[in-house]
Design a protein around this ligand. Structure first.
Ligand code: COA
Length: 327
């Protein structure tokens, strides 16, 4: 039987500080009603002063390692999917390696924005299946709150901070990752971007004045592409693996907007009790949203060995991705 990879442990962490829609009403011209109706978000978590992306990674990773009964020194690879790392260089994965004490692990970051965890899962799957890695830690983590324009009501109500982690190991038998599918359309890069601070617009007083170091999004245009693309993606992924939507135990979508999640579930005729939803509690945590949701359904006992679990994401790039897992 060919070698596969499987998720052997999950963990997640969200900062304690809760920012509710009512709190946001005091900051910008918005309302709890608008945010809840348009997005499904009720509150989000925000880091405390001095808390960094690698700090969130560390908490989620410790829980995932414990669940997989592994020690940090057992790891041979760490991948952190993030677009809001501690600093541009070195990688947040390198800083996490030090904080964990995982000195045998090669460590690097990967940026596919909100699709980052699934791009990372696909890379991890290949490393495990080729035998190049035996014990891999994959983390999706963001401190979005430091890259949000708190004066822009069209974006500041959407995002939150958090981290989710998964340990990936070799598997033989029926359980394991069945397929991963990755897509990018770079022609739509300006739908969601953070234009300042890179080689195109290095940081200057002007880039700061022009608020170029914050996330910008063409929300409505992105929404339409996301719904259309994800509906097609989930149907195609199941078809390619000869799995009928009725056989699906759980859909774990990226958590950007409850209306996008519901549309995807309806396309598959899935009842909402078979869909992981936490956008109401965390908002959009970008690359952390799927591993946080996965960890929650695992710990709540909502998926069991042998179940089909479908993961899907959409984000800046534009990128979109899926993974089908036999749990
Ligand atoms: N509070 C109150 N009003 C707001 C608001 C807020 N926080 N944000 C925007 N509005 C207003 C707009 O100014 C606009 O007013 P106008 O009609 O007078 O011009 C109106 O609400 C409608 O704005 P629009 O952007 O068309 O709303 P929408 O229904 O598309 O919802 C999003 C906005 C951002 C919630 C939605 O487009 C979305 O979720 N987009 C996709 C996000 C996504 O998937 N990203 C990819 C992964 S990161």
């Amino acid at each position: 039987m060919p070698l596969k990879s499987r998720i052997s442990g999950t963990g997640s962490y969200a900062p304690e500080n809760v920012l509710s829609n009512l709190d946001l009403e005091k900051k910008v011209d918005t309302s709890d009603e608008w945010i809840t109706e348009r997005t499904g978000i009720r509150e989000r978590r925000i880091v405390k002063k001095g808390q960094t992306t690698s700090d969130l990674c560390l908490e989620a990773s410790k829980k995932a390692l414990e669940a997989a009964s592994l020690a940090p020194k057992d790891l041979d690879m760490i991948i952190v999917a993030t677009m809001s790392g501690d600093m541009p260089m070195p990688s947040t994965a390198a800083i996490l390696q030090k904080k964990l004490g995982a000195k045998h692990a090669a460590a690097f970051d990967l940026n596919a924005a909100c699709s980052g965890f699934l791009f990372g899962l696909s890379v991890a799957d290949k490393f495990i299946r080729t035998g190049a890695s035996q014990k891999l830690l994959l983390v999706g983590a963001e401190v979005n709150s430091r890259f949000i324009d708190w004066k822009d009501r069209s974006t500041c109500v959407l995002f939150g901070d958090g981290a989710g982690a998964a340990v990936i190991e070799p598997a033989r038998g029926k359980s394991g990752i069945m397929s991963t599918e990755l897509h990018t359309d770079g022609s739509l890069w300006d739908y969601i971007c953070l234009p300042g601070g890179g080689s195109q617009h290095p940081p200057t007083a002007k880039t700061v004045r022009d608020r170029m170091h914050f996330i910008r999004m063409k929300g409505n245009e992105t929404f339409k592409v996301a719904v259309r693309t994800l509906e097609k993606l989930v149907v195609n992924t199941l078809k390619a693996n000869n799995v009928d939507p009725s056989q699906l135990a759980m859909l774990i979508p990226h958590q950007a907007n409850l209306r996008i999640i519901t549309a995807t579930a309806q396309r598959l005729k899935l009842p909402m009790n078979r869909v992981a939803v936490n956008v109401d509690r965390y908002g959009n945590t970008s690359s952390a949203s799927i591993p946080i949701a996965l960890d929650e359904v695992v710990r709540e006992g909502r998926i069991k060995t042998g179940d089909y679990v479908l993961l899907e994401a959409f984000g800046s790039g534009l990128t979109w991705a899926s993974a089908l897992i036999r749990w």
